[in-house]
Write a protein that binds this ligand. Structure first.
Ligand code: SF4
Length: 193
């Protein structure tokens, strides 16, 4: 067993914040020593919690469209490491949508995992939780501004909105995302894979 495999086994046994998880702990994370692109998203939804397969939902379909990759390419961990801000489903928020990802998860596990995936050429920060955690003061006033000004972070980091259906209106309202960001993202992903 490699060091990374042993670490991921420990992650899968984690119950650190289980008292805050309505469906219990079911950490969903994938990585390989050869992973080239790292996706840091939010946290699994119920569909992903039930299937155990990350991005196995409509958001994942939209993300794959943005990346222009098929499922086989996406789910090969030698291509993509999938390490969300919270590895377990965090429950539903009162106003609809899901609760924020566990605040304990990334500080507990991310550094350890990232140390073992040294071949990452591109990190996709999907949504404001990942952007705030990894960009800190470099985030702009709003997610739209951070995503719009993606050239500040390239070539190794690309901030993205969450591909959830909840952001369909945002995507329509911000045509520059399809016109400028997606062509760059697709070229960069193609170049790396
Ligand atoms: S969300 Fe993260 S810290 Fe909490 S139980 Fe799951 S793996 Fe552990």
């Amino acid at each position: 067993m490699t060091k990374l495999e042993a670490l991921l086994k420990n992650v899968r046994d984690c119950t650190l914040c289980v008292e805050h998880l309505p469906l219990g702990a079911n950490p969903i994370v994938r990585a390989h020593e050869s992973s080239k692109i790292l996706i840091i998203g939010q946290a699994p939804g119920t569909k992903v919690h039930n299937s155990g397969v990350p991005w196995n939902d409509a958001s994942g379909d939209r993300l794959r469209d943005w990346l222009r990759v098929d499922r086989d390419t996406f789910y090969d961990p030698r291509n993509f490491a999938i390490v969300p801000m919270g590895f377990c489903y965090p429950g539903q928020a009162k106003g609809g949508g899901d609760n924020p990802p566990s605040s304990q998860c990334a500080p507990k596990w991310h550094d350890q995992i990232l140390k073992n995936i040294a071949n990452i050429e591109l990190t996709l920060l999907v949504g404001m939780y990942a952007q705030k955690y990894y960009l800190g003061a470099r985030t702009k006033r709003t997610l739209s501004e951070t995503v719009r000004d993606f050239e500040v972070f390239i070539p190794n980091i690309i901030p993205l909105p969450h591909p959830s259906w909840r952001n369909t209106g945002w995507i329509k309202k911000n045509p520059w995302f399809r016109e400028r960001n997606l062509p760059y993202l697709r070229d960069r992903v193609e170049q790396i894979l």
